[in-house]
Design a protein around this ligand. Structure first.
Ligand SMILES: [Zn+2]
Length: 401
């Protein structure tokens, strides 16, 4: 395969992955390739078994034309959302369909990298065994609650800093690759990304931020993460560490943060903070328990949640004033807070906003709790979509037998 053939193939794969199906003319329009090039690429992909062609209509009227559709379980990836007290994984097929979902809670504090890697291998084995043998597994993406070093060889392998996990400069990609190789005898590409950045990309490409020009995604869990899309691109910063909005100074008289600073936004709106503010022990109650108690009239739960909603709105105002997004997506426990106390969040936000920013939409994620794990799966597809020649040298694929 020549470089230009590979580039054409890459464009066709991307168009099909984003939309699931398209006519040959659609593919020409979307990729800028001529009909004969598209025809030969479609033949190649049909022989590989990742697409099939049949009669059907794609959003048009008149004579039905041949439609090229992805075969969702022909090739797939595994995405992981690795958290302090639970992990979620999905198998995502070509075209974006979720083929399997897997979730397990675990003991908080069980964050030894080798232990976490072993959990990933166990979950991956269960997922792979439930799906047909013919699936081409082309990669794994790990969403991590921390800062990922974009450099290195291979890139995006090292967790530079993950305060909630207690990790500093852990080459977690290498640990997972080695554990997978031991289990499956193959070198599946493993890419790591920051959880909020991956959630932002998933919501921006397929979810609540689709069509927006600039978007801020804020993930709420034990920590607060941020992913910022500006003019259609993820803001990475000079060294890839942009978007750490949980650690912006929020209250100079606030409490100590895991990161070593004082009064970070995370210390005002993190899930555990809300639980503690309601007078409960985070080891015994979740933030959803506090929301439920507030709904049923518990005074201290109400004060804790309203206080957090105000802090969300006030902190959001600083971010909106800097970024000027069309859409802000509040995910994790912040989506629940928005549902219960939208009025308070918006009141505080508008109070602080400069006049030109008042049109911003504040919404819950289109993918619910799955934005981050979907973003991890999309990250796992990326090397194959960028360089499809990999599909024709399949010796690195994960195999079940
Ligand atoms: Zn901090």
């Amino acid at each position: 395969m020549t470089g230009s053939e590979g580039a054409g193939l890459s464009r066709v794969l991307r168009a099909l992955h984003a939309n699931g199906a398209a006519t040959r003319s659609d593919l020409c329009a979307k990729t800028g390739l001529n009909r004969s090039t598209v025809a030969s690429i479609v033949t190649e992909l049909t022989e590989l078994g990742v697409v099939e062609e049949g009669a059907g209509a794609v959003g048009g009227v008149g004579r039905p034309s041949l439609v090229v559709s992805v075969v969702p379980d022909s090739m797939a990836v595994i995405g992981w959302d690795v958290r302090v007290d639970n992990s979620t994984a999905i198998a995502m097929g070509f075209g974006g369909r979720i083929l399997r979902r897997w979730m397990k809670e675990h003991r908080r504090g069980a964050t030894d990298p080798y232990e976490v890697a072993a959990r990933i291998v166990t979950g991956t084995t269960e997922i792979v065994e439930e799906l047909p043998d013919h699936v081409l597994w082309v990669g794994m993406g790990l969403a991590m609650p921390g800062v990922i070093d974009p450099g290195g060889a291979p890139p995006r392998s090292i967790v530079h800093r993950a305060p909630t996990m207690g990790w500093v400069d852990v080459d977690f990609g290498a640990i997972v690759r080695a554990a997978l190789a031991e289990q499956f005898g193959s070198q599946l590409p493993v890419l790591l990304g920051n959880d909020a950045n991956l959630g932002a990309m998933a919501e921006w490409t397929r979810g609540a931020g689709r069509g927006s020009r600039s978007m801020v995604f804020i993930s709420g869990d034990v920590g607060i993460g941020g992913g910022i899309v500006v003019d259609g691109a993820l803001m990475t910063g000079a060294t890839g560490f942009a978007g750490e909005i949980g650690h912006m100074r929020f209250d100079a008289a606030g409490g100590p943060c895991r990161c070593g600073a004082i009064g970070c936004w995370e210390t005002a709106i993190g899930a555990e903070t809300i639980v503690r503010a309601a007078g409960m022990d985070p080891a015994r109650a979740t933030v959803e328990d506090i929301y439920a108690a507030a709904r049923s009239g518990d005074r201290s739960a109400q004060e804790a949640t309203i206080g957090a909603a105000r802090a969300v709105g006030a902190g959001l105002a600083s971010i909106v004033n800097v970024v000027n997004p069309d859409v802000v997506v509040l995910a994790g426990h912040l989506a629940g807070l928005l549902e219960e106390y939208r009025h308070t969040v918006m009141e505080e936000l508008r109070f602080t906003l400069s006049r030109q920013n008042t049109d911003v939409q504040v919404v819950a994620p289109a993918f619910g709790a799955d934005s981050i794990v979907i973003g991890a799966a999309e990250l796992a597809f990326e090397p194959t979509l960028a360089d499809p020649s990999r599909l024709f040298s399949q010796d690195w694929l994960l195999r079940t037998e």
